[in-house]
Design a binder for this molecule. Structure first.
Ligand SMILES: [Zn+2]
Length: 453
């Protein structure tokens, strides 16, 4: 499937190249406008001057080396391999340092220049015919969850490297330079904000906010970058280190492709996510002497809220999850006085997600009232849904049709966050998915077949 990504990239490079050749001044003007306008947070880029989609190349004719890709992925799994067959490689640990050093050495072996920015993001850049154009990025992440698998993120970086190797071996020139990128701390498992370093690059988080993150042992992100030798001096910003486009190749992490026997997912965007923390306060009393009709049982109220939160997902075609639940005072003989829980609300449409959030709030308020409880609801996070770039989606779709036939793929939004969410604020972006066995990820049993790769 990195063959597919290869084709999508070559099409994008071709389109970008065509645009430059046909209308270089126009592109430069639009690009300057984009750079000038991109200083504010959450700026949505203007469409580039890509050539229209009738300029479709019939594929690069190149193919990646499947055996080498397989061997490389399992070779690098040594850094963090677990007895269960997965990988535990938390960001900026010694294991992460080892795989990073391997990545840099490998990229240099194949003629790439390597840039490391202030967040430790690594850009392995292969020159193009027009080096004044920012590179087309192929990015993902080499860090994992604590009980992670061998493919989440890793496949995207390794496949990018494999593409560069094939281009180098076949002496192939591309219009634009290409950059294979390892984004730092995508998982947010050690420093607990996911997609953190691409957020800094995109201006969606500040460098200081990122540097202030500490892990569970009190070690700072900046200190750990320094310690493992990956605190680079390139400014972590789109303005100073831009990309023309960003493609990310990733396992689906969900069941749809496998269920529908599709081999490729053309990713149209990423769904929005909202997190709430809910605190319910009732009255703790003796549970034998307090009649059943004279109670303010915080846990009982909260458990009805949890059930209602689930119904709201069914009613709106989204997903909701209560992942944290605590009650006090934790005594079998006392009516619970307080219950606290988290709510995760996700939907591909921001409008529906916000409507679901209102519905969750109203339901919680109504249930609390019925039980005579007080509530506090705090929204702790909201990540808006993003739609990927039509031209990039088109490049992936064209390549998918060529590769798997018109019935061999489906379009779908990503259910999980990815670095591509952040890049999509700054440059045309899309993603390629392949099926995940049983829809499982963030687990050692995560698997996708080499044929799908
Ligand atoms: Zn990932």
């Amino acid at each position: 499937m990195s063959h597919l990504l290869n084709r999508a990239i070559s099409r994008a490079a071709f389109r970008l190249g065509s645009a430059v050749l046909q209308s270089k001044q126009c592109l430069e003007a639009k690009y300057k406008l984009q750079v000038a306008a991109s200083s504010g947070h959450y700026f949505k880029y203007q469409r580039h001057g890509f050539a229209s989609s009738q300029h479709v190349q019939s594929g690069s004719g190149l193919s990646v080396n499947q055996t080498r890709l397989w061997e490389t992925i399992h070779h690098t799994a040594q850094w963090g391999a677990t007895p269960e067959g997965g990988v535990r490689r938390l960001a900026l640990t010694d294991l992460d340092k080892s795989v990073r050093e391997w990545f840099v050495a490998e990229a240099k072996k194949y003629g790439c220049a390597v840039k490391i920015d202030q967040m430790g993001n690594i850009f392995a850049i292969r020159r193009g015919r027009n080096d004044d154009i920012p590179p087309i990025g192929i990015g993902s992440h080499l860090d994992t969850q604590p009980a992670g698998g061998r493919y989440d993120g890793i496949l995207g970086v390794q496949a990018g490297l494999e593409i560069l190797k094939v281009l180098e071996e076949t002496d192939t020139e591309t219009h634009a330079p290409l950059a294979v990128i390892n984004w730092t701390n995508e998982e947010g498992a050690r420093f607990t904000t996911g997609m953190l370093s691409s957020a800094v690059w995109a201006g969606n988080a500040t460098l200081q906010e990122a540097y202030d993150h500490v892990d569970s042992e009190g070690l700072t992100l900046k200190g750990e970058l320094e310690r493992i030798g990956f605190l680079g001096d390139v400014e972590a910003s789109f303005d100073k280190n831009p990309l023309s486009a960003h493609f990310e190749y990733h396992i689906e992490q969900g069941p749809f492709l496998e269920d529908e026997e599709k081999s490729i997912g053309v990713v149209t965007g990423v769904q929005g996510m909202t997190w709430l923390m809910v605190d319910v306060v009732g009255r703790s009393q003796h549970c034998g002497t307090t009649p059943i009709d004279r109670r303010s049982d915080a846990l009982l109220a909260a458990s009805q809220m949890v059930s209602r939160v689930n119904e709201i997902a069914w009613e709106n075609g989204g997903v909701t999850t209560v992942g944290v639940f605590r009650s006090s005072p934790q005594s079998p003989g006392t009516i619970p006085e307080e219950a606290t829980f988290s709510v995760d609300i996700e939907h591909p449409s921001n409008e529906t997600m916000d409507r679901m959030t209102i519905s969750v709030r109203e339901s919680i308020e109504a249930i609390a009232k019925k039980h005579g409880c007080k509530i506090k609801i705090e929204q702790t996070w909201r990540s808006a849904a993003v739609a990927f770039d039509e031209e990039c989606i088109g490049a992936v779709r064209d390549a998918a049709i060529l590769h798997a036939g018109k019935d061999g793929f489906r379009e779908l939004p990503a259910g999980a966050g990815h670095d591509s969410v952040n890049t999509s604020y700054k440059c045309p972006t899309s993603m390629v998915f392949i099926p995940s066995k049983n829809g499982i990820s963030h687990h050692p049993s995560e698997y996708s077949t080499p044929e799908h790769w």
